[in-house]
Ligand binder design. Structure first.
Ligand SMILES: CC(C)(COP(=O)(O)OP(=O)(O)OC[C@H]1O[C@@H](n2cnc3c(N)ncnc32)[C@H](O)[C@@H]1OP(=O)(O)O)[C@@H](O)C(=O)NCCC(=O)NCCS
Length: 168
């Protein structure tokens, strides 16, 4: 498993991977609509490149043997805080890839100047997602309702917030 910066050249491959993953993503991810098309993938990549340049969001491809298996993002939501979000193609779940990718993104986040905390947020019903921060030693610090985003799909509408603090 490798992580690398996404670029606009990834549009066709990303579109294929998202489309193959839609049934698995739609219960949890509001952007994963059935009409996710080439324009959506291209628009996402333009945003990913520009937010990386601005230093606000860092979208990485999770690759296996050079092919995109998912995406993981470090979102600098505050000066001292990065939030990590992730998804995998269903053919790549159950092997620890998201956990390994998140561990690498924690290190990436703590190398950013001033970042002291990393958080992972997920809906309380999303048990697969909860396994990632749990395996990495994050602490559950909050359960929030109403949720930040609408409770679409399988979401129950409770945001579970996990946090890991930088060790001095
Ligand atoms: C969330 C998501 C990425 C988690 O995927 P995942 O495969 O459960 O997570 P990992 O890649 O870390 O793999 C962990 C699984 O691999 C197993 N595993 C095998 N080898 C492993 C290793 N070396 N290290 C860690 N886990 C390993 C674990 O036991 C675990 O399986 P289990 O849940 O059956 O116990 C995936 O379910 C997904 O894409 N969901 C849809 C999108 C989504 O909900 N994203 C999160 C929104 S908050």
């Amino acid at each position: 498993m490798e992580l690398r910066k996404l670029s606009e050249a990834d549009a066709a491959e990303l579109l294929r991977v998202v489309r193959e993953s839609l049934a698995h993503l739609r219960p949890w991810m509001p952007w994963a609509h059935v009409d996710y098309d080439a324009e959506a993938a291209a628009g996402f990549l333009v945003m990913a490149v520009s937010t990386w340049e601005r230093g606000t969001m860092f979208h990485h491809a999770i690759t296996v043997d050079g092919a995109i298996a998912g995406v993981i993002t470090a979102d600098r939501t505050d000066h001292d805080l990065v939030e990590i979000g992730y998804w995998l193609h269903p053919a790549h779940t159950g092997r620890g890839l998201a956990t390994k990718a998140a561990a690498e993104l924690v290190e990436f986040a703590f190398r950013l100047d001033g970042v002291r905390r990393v958080q992972i947020w997920h809906d309380a019903a999303n048990l697969a997602s909860s396994g990632v921060p749990r395996r990495l030693g994050f602490t559950e610090i909050d359960r929030r309702t109403p949720p930040r985003e609408p409770a679409i799909g399988n979401r129950v509408g409770v945001d579970v917030v996990w946090e890991l603090k930088k060790q001095d």
